[in-house]
Design a protein around this ligand. Structure first.
Ligand SMILES: [Zn+2]
Length: 167
């Protein structure tokens, strides 16, 4: 994430938000943390990005308040993983909207390159970023799953700010 001077300062809320959420790498990093991949190596493996680029995005997302660092023990060594803050969890509808819009308008390059937003409660795909279009329930990180066909046969429940990253 790069905080651009032309988008900050007196810019409107959409421009200020895009200064953070308009960066593709930052959004893909958030995607991984929602998937429960909060560790540097796991994010790097999925996003396929250089260490320096990933480090800059993680530092930027922590500075902006969307992610927090959390220590965990790895065979006696203390390491750091990244978890969502409430502010980061609040970005979920933005990520949902990108996936839903892309599924609607952009052709998938391969048969498994689809990612669907699924309401965990009724297990139906939704066509709306913040409400289940099948049953009308509101969508939160706790009630949303993402079904990435390249990752798993079943939808994956999302991490929340409270849940942190899986052990
Ligand atoms: Zn539903």
């Amino acid at each position: 994430m790069v905080l651009r001077s032309d988008l900050s300062g007196r810019a409107c809320s959409m421009a200020r938000g895009l200064d953070i959420l308009g960066d593709p790498w930052s959004v893909l990093v958030l995607r991984e943390v929602f998937f429960g991949n909060g560790r540097f190596g796991a994010i790097k493996a999925k996003v396929q990005v250089a260490d320096s680029v990933l480090t800059r995005r993680l530092t930027g997302l922590v500075a902006a308040g969307l992610l927090a660092r959390q220590e965990y023990s790895d065979g006696g060594r203390t390491r750091t993983e990244y978890v969502l803050t409430p502010m980061g969890e609040d970005a979920l509808p933005v990520l949902n909207a990108v996936a839903i819009w892309s599924e609607k308008h952009l052709p998938a390059p391969t048969a498994d390159a689809h990612m669907y937003v699924v309401h965990s409660g009724c297990r139906q795909r939704t066509g709306s970023a913040d409400t289940c279009t099948a049953c009308g329930e509101p969508l939160t990180a706790a009630t949303t799953s993402w079904h990435s066909l390249s990752r798993s046969a079943q939808p994956t429940g999302l991490a929340t700010a409270a849940s942190g990253a899986p052990a």
